[in-house]
Design a protein around this ligand. Structure first.
Ligand SMILES: C[S@@+](CC[C@H](N)C(=O)[O-])C[C@H]1O[C@@H](n2cnc3c(N)ncnc32)[C@H](O)[C@@H]1O
Length: 260
């Protein structure tokens, strides 16, 4: 394997150190809820980077599931697609300093927060005072083996057969056409490589519910594509804290591990 980050080709553009593999229009940025710093970026920061506030990582069962299904070997290439502020892939990069890790997302604001925390060693804060949380800041890391980039899950910037592991969590029900993402998993994962997918399947359109629910319909599409199923856990229950009082959103996710 060559140098860290070398799977990424030259980008179309770059914004404050983040390579861009998709040029979002102003309208796309305006329409994208994940670009809203004070709402979704703050929530994702509170959920994924503010362990000190919660007395632990609220999505620890998700992190444990991923850890259980990590492939083993030296110098593996790992990507988290829809990584938001980069918690899962950040932990992988931290635990495996010789692995080449990538966090991809469609939101520049999420990536900036992730990059500041995981690779620039800056302090970030969640700013959720209105939910009763204290304003605390969290000092990050300077990981040389983690690279963030803006890209669409339906057009990944990786060469064919280049990844040992592709992770995606809480992503596929947010995509206009999950089948295009499935095609990219097949294209970019090496023979013998894995996909770990965890999703609440909380689709936003009636047609998607028809196409992907119940989960056997998703599994059927993936198996027909050629994947081998290593694990199916349904449900993998996860709780997302909403405020300091202890209100939570309970997610009933489907977890899949596939091998190419
Ligand atoms: C619900 S959040 C989940 C974030 C994180 N993976 C988690 O498990 O909490 C969905 C993330 O997917 C990103 N996303 C949405 N559409 C995308 C696309 N087409 N390509 C890549 N990322 C996308 C969003 O910007 C957001 O960060």
């Amino acid at each position: 394997m060559s140098a860290f980050g070398s799977l990424l080709p030259p980008p179309l553009d770059e914004r404050r150190g983040i390579p861009l593999y998709y040029r979002k229009t102003e309208e796309e940025v305006r329409q994208d809820v994940y670009e809203r710093y004070d709402e979704l970026v703050a929530r994702q920061t509170a959920l994924h980077l503010a362990d000190a506030v919660h007395g632990g990582y609220p999505l620890q069962p998700l992190a444990d599931y991923l850890t259980r299904w990590l492939p083993s070997g030296p110098r593996l290439a790992v990507a988290d697609v829809g990584c938001s502020v980069g918690r899962l892939v950040g932990d992988v990069a931290l635990a495996h300093p010789d692995w080449d890790c990538y966090g991809l997302d469609f939101s520049y604001q999420m990536l900036r927060q992730g990059r500041d925390y995981w690779t620039a060693g800056k302090s970030v804060s969640a700013n959720l005072l209105r939910f009763g949380y204290p304003l605390e800041s969290f000092t990050g890391h300077e990981l040389p083996n983690l690279h963030f980039a803006l890209a669409d899950a339906a057009a990944l910037p990786f060469p064919d057969g280049s990844l040992d592991l592709l992770v995606n969590t809480f992503l596929i029900d947010r995509l206009p056409d999950p089948r295009r993402a499935f095609a990219e998993w097949w294209r970019t994962v090496k023979p013998g490589g894995r996909v770990v997918m965890v999703s609440p399947l909380n689709f936003l359109k009636k047609e998607q519910w028809e196409q992907y629910h119940p989960p056997i319909k998703i599994l059927d599409q993936l198996l027909r594509q050629g994947w081998q199923l290593l694990d199916l856990t349904d449900p993998l229950d996860l709780e997302e804290p909403m405020d300091r009082r202890g209100n939570v959103v309970r997610w009933r996710t489907l977890a899949l591990v596939l091998q190419r």
